[in-house]
Design a protein around this ligand. Sequence first.
Ligand code: PMT
Length: 309
Amino acid sequence: MGSNWEDFYANLPAPRDLDNSIELLKKFTERQGPSVRGIVLVTSGGTTVPLEHNTVRFVDNFSAGTRGSVSAEYFLERGYAVIFMFRHKTLEPYSRHFTGQKFLEMLETNEINGKNVVTVLPEHSERISEVLKKYKQALEQEKLLEITFTTVGEYLWLLRAACQALAPLGPRAILYLAAAVSDFYIPPNEMSVHKIPSSGPPNISLQLVPKILKPLVSLWVPRAFVVSFKLETDENLLISKARDALNKYNHNLVIANMLHTRKNKVVMVTKEKSYEITLSNEQIEKGEEIEKYIIDDLIIIYTRFLEAH
Ligand code: PMT
């Protein structure tokens, strides 16, 4: 157990609403006409690893869903349809601009004729309306589908379902796997049913999750353009690990990043070459986002891939 993805799925219960997600994915992919440039599956946010069936506690990771949600916007802007598969309650395209108290600070409330009226402060109006227009356009043109996961099990079932929906598109499907997926889990038959008692130190043993990139690239979407991410905390390992992944899974692009510099620097690794994309201090101060440059370069690499097909 743990090394074979088929055994892994056989022992992993499917999420209760999987059929509904399959239906949504099918309808969305079928609805995209021949004029669409391509459909991108963007995965985003971190997966949890439950410690109990009746889950009170779980192992989680740092991912906020910034990379995925920002990238989804740039793909949409460049004319691609996007399936945004994200961790419940992490950042989403468009609404990510207005999270938390920041949003409330953009509003004011006045009493007019005895009624409370909420308005946007004039200095924020342009910005909100620009984002809102893009959001509405993506919805009206039916270019954005959002589906959510929480646990690593839900993520893996949804990923396979999304691949099944995308496979008929051949090279017009792009997979952009930016989610931070757990490498470890507790198999369902080894997991406590109820809340682990605190009467003594728990003995928790995690097993390996098989690398799902393997069947994904070779079996599920063999003709698609597949982009994976590589995250490291030791700079000396970053490029060699990214290249190892590319050689092992034989997909199209690895985007390598370090935990603490991921917002300003990535390395694009293809079979032919590797090069950095970095934001200058000036670009950072202007509020530019590295994902804009990642997506623009990715589209150039993808266009070459399409021409070769
Ligand atoms: O969300 P943010 O806060 O903006 O952060 C963005 C990010 C750092 C999460 C993102 O840029 C990123 O690097 N995502 C991938 C993180 C990750 O899981 O890296 P990894 O080196 O552990 O895995 C490499 C690849 O293997 C991933 O593409 C993953 O999809 C794949 N994988 C992972 C586990 C698993 N069981 N099977 C897999 O196929």
